[in-house]
Ligand binder design. Structure first.
Ligand SMILES: O=C[C@H](O)[C@H](O)[C@H](O)COP(=O)(O)O
Length: 223
């Protein structure tokens, strides 16, 4: 099976976690796009979605799925999203699609995070994928130096020759060369640095379940 087929497989499998009659939290990315397409088949049985990005909102609305503001909803039963890496404890790196801040917000208002990923995303220790960090642009260079001091190499993410601008009007730095043995401590530390909006390590908002797409089918991992 191709990676795209594995993504479609887990996108479809995630439907079993959607609670009929409720609003579902929806992440961002190529795997979630498969989930959104599958969700269209049950759009008449759900109230709608809270979305984590402009891109997902547009896709949901194009399929006729109502999108609610996160402030209009107190708690969601389930949040479904992909990951750039997930480890054996359900800790993740996210933000390869630059949507990490809104993803963390919607994950935080959800009781259960269901991660959908193809098997290439499963790692022993987080850090092979450069950690995305959303930052306030005026803090970028100082933060790059702070990451260097902890052994990382941070680069501003570019798009069309300019610093990428997130849905929230901020920048992203991608930090490579880190080995994140203690994701909770890493998230806690970096989140406190002035100028950091969101660090793309999801330890406090970790996955409760991972639906992993493998050549042998969907493997369900509960944490
Ligand atoms: O910002 C993007 C998100 O964190 C995505 O969930 C993550 O990058 C995985 O995306 P994909 O399913 O495209 O690999």
């Amino acid at each position: 099976m191709t990676q795209d087929e594995l993504k479609a497989l887990v996108g479809q499998a995630a439907l079993q976690y959607v609670v009929p009659g409720e609003i579902v939290g929806v992440g961002t990315g190529s795997t979630v796009n498969k989930f959104i397409d599958a969700l269209a088949s049950m759009k008449d049985r759900i109230k709608g979605a809270v979305s984590s990005s402009v891109a997902s909102t547009e896709r949901l609305q194009a399929l006729g799925i109502p999108v609610f503001d996160s402030n209009a909803v107190e708690e969601l039963s389930v949040y479904i999203d992909g990951a750039d890496e997930i480890d054996g404890r359900g800790y993740m790196i996210k933000g390869g699609g630059a949507a990490l801040t809104r993803e963390k917000i919607v994950a935080a208002q959800s009781r259960r995070f269901v991660c959908i990923a193809d098997e290439s995303k499963l790692v022993g220790t987080l850090g092979r994928f450069p950690v995305p960090v959303e930052v306030i642009p005026m803090a970028t260079q100082r933060l790059i130096r702070q990451f260097a001091a902890m052994g990382g190499s941070a680069q501003v993410r570019m798009k069309d020759g300019k610093a990428l601008v997130t849905d929230n009007g901020q920048s992203i730095v991608d930090v490579s060369g880190l080995r994140i043995a203690d994701p909770l401590a890493f998230e806690d530390e970096v989140s406190q640095w002035p100028g950091v909006v969101t660090v793309g390590v999801f330890a406090h908002q970790k996955a409760a379940v991972c639906l992993l797409g493998t050549a042998g089918g969907v493997r369900t991992i509960e944490y």
